[in-house]
Design a binder for this molecule. Sequence first.
Ligand code: HEM
Length: 458
Amino acid sequence: MASPQNVPPGPVYPMWVIRLMQAMPFKTRPDSMQVAMDTFKRFGDFACMRVGHKLVFQISNPEIAHQVLVTQADQFHKDDLINRSLRPITGNGLLLSEDDFWRKQRKLAQPAFHHKRIEAYATAMVEETERVLATWQTDQPFNVMAEMTKLALNIVARTMFSADVSDVAARVSQLASVLLEAANNRVALFTTLYDLLPTPNKRQEKQALQEIDALLSQIIRKHRARGTDNGDLLSMLLAAKDEDGNSMSDQQLRDEVITIFLAGHETTAVTLAWAWALLAQNPDVEAKLWAELDSVLGGRPPTLADLANLPYTEMIIKEAMRLYPPAGGLTRTPLTDIQVGEYVMPKGSNVFVSTHVMHRDPRYFPEPEKFIPERFSKEREADIPRYAYIPFGAGPRICIGNAFAMLEARLLLATIAQRFKLSLVEGHPIVPELLFTIRPKYGVQVVAKVRQPALAPA
Ligand code: HEM
């Protein structure tokens, strides 16, 4: 282990503090977003926390993030924390696999995300949105986070697996929440009581996993039985053969499918939920959005071709992901000792690139707490240092669904905002919570009112 002199300064948490925290239910533990922000304020953008005998590096410096995620990416793996918490759910899918095996799987999946294919997804995205909007009741409070989750699930199932899950979407998003919470309970640097005891949560997780697995294997079975190549991701995975001509094992297929299913909906849903909350709190931004939508679309549904003319819509999405990056941080572990300036990140330590803290650094984002989409205008975006804004990560492990998600978020925002005004239900708390994704802890309760778009100029 590196000697204390060659790691950057940071807080020290003795083992007894950790044990005390571990004895607390996850929900009552200190807010990890606040802990990260406090560490940044006290120790700067490269800090080393000593947690018992573990070293945990917190990075919110764009150059060091670049080194970890891009230039020396091959010197890192995903760390034990994320593996311990997610592997029981997603197995060896794309998010957690490593090295040559990961490279092979990523290459296999990549064509499903090619920009030519993504364009074809646009129609499906708008159609699914219209389908959900047809069920909305005006003047009655509802949780828009739950609506966005169902919608994103329908879209990922239809575009990636040619499956219709609309009648079970509400149930599936409930199950996904159970899994996410269980995964969070396992986020701990040391073995906890939770790992050892057969808690009711664990039984719930097992049941949720069985139910989702049953749904996904039904989707795979139907797809196989049809035997046609739909050009979707599942067709590509089913058709894949290794050098010896063997198909992917059923277990690996399941791991890849559940990874895309979970990673492909929660993050986009969270982005949109935050966008709605922020728009409702910032009527001047909302008015500018409507002006853009009305002048470009004038009430008709958006198409892919319209997106080039909807720059403000895009700025809103980017700014929402700055304030609340769906993936609040990226975790890694060095495979060898890594030199960073005068310091060393030793092999086996935990490295946490905190997007949340970096996205709120006033050096890169003046008045960081404010919702100012104009930061992402063409002229001003160029002033943001390259790796200071990384909601999709960076380097070889950058989100494979990056372009898909940006397409989806813009189309959904445009489709919904031109038809409805969403107002927050008074008194309902909007509180961020880091549960892998930065979610609104109590959802986003809104009331929808129909709005009449102004007609587009001829
Ligand atoms: C706003 C939406 C999204 C955000 C903010 C987001 C964010 C991220 C981030 C930060 C990573 C990198 C994690 C790391 O480096 O440790 C990642 C990886 C990944 N994302 Fe996304 N994601 C989004 C949407 C999607 C969608 C729509 C899909 C699929 C349909 C998807 C599938 C994946 C997969 C499979 C990986 C692992 C890639 C690899 O390691 O090769 N994501 N995502």
